[in-house]
Design a protein. Structure first.
Ligand code: HOZ
Length: 428
């Protein structure tokens, strides 16, 4: 494949943008390639600046659950665009989207729109601290909640991919109140709660971890977490930026039957435009300014284009059978990949929750970040590069999930399985 234009753009970009990219993972450093520069996308396919097409399993890191350029989203955006791009004032669209979120997610009685997942988690933590009068919070190794100072401790995603221990620029005092413990480890959670429960404002968790590869919660873990939080007066925050409207219409909390106190959203609720949101119990959300004293604001929050794209997306997701169909397609893909690896004699650990998928080059089960880190990263790099050569666009890190959209038809899925099978045989 000719990639001259991407190459030239990357050279230019590196002079102007740190690392040539606006978010670290996409620089592809962990897999030893240069990033592709993208010119367009359609359905389940994405096209680089040189015109090469790929089957896309990044889906803009989660938002594109309908596939790219879904007609309903494009039309809604065109209508909104005719009317203006930003007002910095309330609109009907915001009220409509807030209503859809509240109706979809029973634990969310009020919701505040922001501009990214990072803003959502940062604001939820502030609210939890303000409401409880406690400073500490618990997170989990390998979970990633955006790039807020105090949330970068033992984080997944780019922090894991680039093996960054801690970021310069984050004062020690900012992370002194962050307690990071292993995911899926109930005794570790019980211990931290027993020792520090009275000082902990909140536990924040990705109910399905998607930033250390895909790691599902072990049976009963989220239920036990909910119970422990209640026992210690600790608020439970679900970071559903990836899982919200993805693993079920009502997110992971619907799937596992848990009611967190606060939830964070992003990605899908913006339909591919920059959006985040946090919401939860009315008594908590009422403490946000101007209704209450806890401050949080944003010039572009509730942006009409983003609201229109989010609304159009959510309406499509409510179509009968949407998630069942997506589930079948995702199952077809993961089963096919697992079978291809087995036939090749290549040990892999696979995981799937709805249309979020994970494939680790590991012969052990992966339930935690420590398990994920013991995967064969060299093998992943080769797999990534060769899949790209065969026209399959995967997340360039073992520590990311991959996403199936409604636009991934059986042909695309079977072509992916075939490409992977050929590569697996060479990787053994
Ligand atoms: N941190 C996101 C993935 N979990 C985005 C990565 C990127 O855009 O580079």
């Amino acid at each position: 494949m000719v990639k001259n234009k991407s190459k030239a753009l990357f050279e230019r970009a590196q002079q102007l943008i740190p690392g040539g990219v606006n978010s670290p993972v996409r620089a592809c450093r962990a897999v030893g390639t240069d990033p592709l520069f993208i010119s367009r996308a359609d359905g389940c396919r994405i096209y680089d600046a040189d015109g090469n097409g790929y089957i896309d399993y990044i889906g803009s890191w989660g938002p594109m659950i309908l596939g790219h350029r879904h007609p309903a989203v494009v039309e809604a955006l065109a209508r909104a665009l005719e009317l203006g791009t930003s007002y910095g004032a309330p609109t009907e669209l915001e009220v409509e989207l807030a209503q859809m979120v509240v109706e979809a997610v029973p634990s969310v009685e009020m919701v505040r729109m922001v501009n990214s997942g990072t803003e959502a988690t940062m604001s939820a933590i502030r609210l939890a601290r303000g409401a409880t009068g406690r400073d500490m919070f618990v997170k989990f190794d390998g979970c990633y909640h955006g790039h807020t100072d105090s949330l970068l401790v033992s984080a997944g995603s780019g922090v894991a991919t680039l093996a960054i221990a801690g970021s310069p620029g984050v004062p020690q005092a900012f992370v002194d109140h962050t307690l990071s413990i292993p995911y899926n480890d109930l005794p570790a959670l019980e211990k931290v709660m027993a020792e520090k429960g009275t000082r902990i404002a909140a536990v924040i968790i990705e109910p399905v971890a998607g930033n250390m590869g895909l790691v599902a919660p072990v049976e009963g873990y989220l239920q036990a977490l909910r119970k422990l939080c209640d026992q210690h007066g600790v608020l439970l925050i679900f970071d559903e930026v990836m899982t919200g409207f993805r693993v079920a219409y009502g997110g992971a909390q619907e799937l596992y039957g848990i009611k967190p106190d606060l939830s964070c959203f992003g990605k899908i609720i913006g339909g591919g435009l920059p959006v985040g949101a946090y919401g939860g119990r009315r008594d908590l959300m009422s403490q946000i300014a101007p209704q209450g004293p806890i401050y949080q604001a944003g010039t572009l929050s509730g942006n009409p284009l983003a609201m229109a794209a989010g609304l159009a997306t959510l309406k499509e997701l409510r179509q009968p059978g949407f998630y069942e169909k997506l589930d079948q397609a995702s199952d077809r893909l993961l089963r096919g990949l697992a079978q291809a690896a087995q036939q090749a004699g290549l040990p892999v650990a696979t995981a799937r929750v709805g249309s979020m998928l994970g494939l680790f080059f590991a012969s052990h089960p992966v339930h935690s970040f420590a398990d994920a880190k013991r995967s064969n990263l060299g093998r992943f790099s080769k797999y990534y590069q060769q899949m790209l050569d065969r026209g399959v666009y995967l997340a360039p890190s073992q520590f990311e999930a991959f996403f199936v959209s409604a636009a991934h038809d059986p042909n695309a899925i079977d072509a992916t399985i075939q490409a992977a099978g050929e590569i697996f045989r060479k990787l053994v």
